[in-house]
Design a protein around this ligand. Sequence first.
Ligand SMILES: Nc1ncnc2c1ncn2[C@@H]1O[C@H](COP(=O)(O)OP(=O)(O)OP(=O)(O)O)[C@@H](O)[C@H]1O
Ligand SMILES: [Mg+2]
Length: 212
Amino acid sequence: MGESGGGKTTVTRLLGRMYELNSGCILVDGVDIRQLPRHELRSRMAVVPQEPFIFAGTVAFNISLGDERAAARVRQAAAVVGAHRFIEQLPQGYDTRLAERGGNLSLGERQLLSFARAVAFDPELLMLDEATASVDSESERLIQEGVQRLLQGRTALVIAHRLSTVRDADRIVVIRQGRVVEEGRHEELLAQGEEYARLYCLQFDCGGGAVK
Ligand SMILES: Nc1ncnc2c1ncn2[C@@H]1O[C@H](COP(=O)(O)OP(=O)(O)OP(=O)(O)O)[C@@H](O)[C@H]1O
Ligand SMILES: [Mg+2]
């Protein structure tokens, strides 16, 4: 987590080798990512981007992207993240054609599709770049439930704007101007009373004074 423009999305791009590092290295399970062929590296991770991307094509295609193994998991993946219900209500269900950019879906629905896509690929490492755009409270609830189920049982790197999403994380990293400025678990960072505590209290109204 951290301020806008701090470098959070950049971390996901570096992990997928969209950009190469100028210095330092990134290890995944102890292996330098530069030693892995790009296609292998990318087949092990999935990114749920900040802005969900919808292709012109059916709902099912938008979940599987034409990948055979993912295609076999389309319905199951949609059910896991809670997208199944709204898809069933579309005129042709999973065969409903979507316009490019998904104009015929709400933002919350587009996000659930994007979650389902990630689950269908069943990656070892999931990167979720949480959207900043505000949605109505019903979509918000759907998304929150979807996120929890998306993350279950896998290694995840979550870029969170809603701090409720990261409260239970094993490790929370606060980034500012391209640097790590705080790192620890929720309770530790709250007790530290710095950036994380300040942002957390802005969102959850801890009351004045001590932030525990
Ligand atoms: N392709 C690029 N080339 C050069 N600079 C970039 C590129 N992409 C992003 N930046 C810059 O790098 C910095 C970090 O951007 P990044 O998108 O990682 O921020 P962020 O923490 O994800 O912000 P937000 O919370 O708004 O999504 C910003 O100053 C941004 O303008
Ligand atoms: Mg970003």
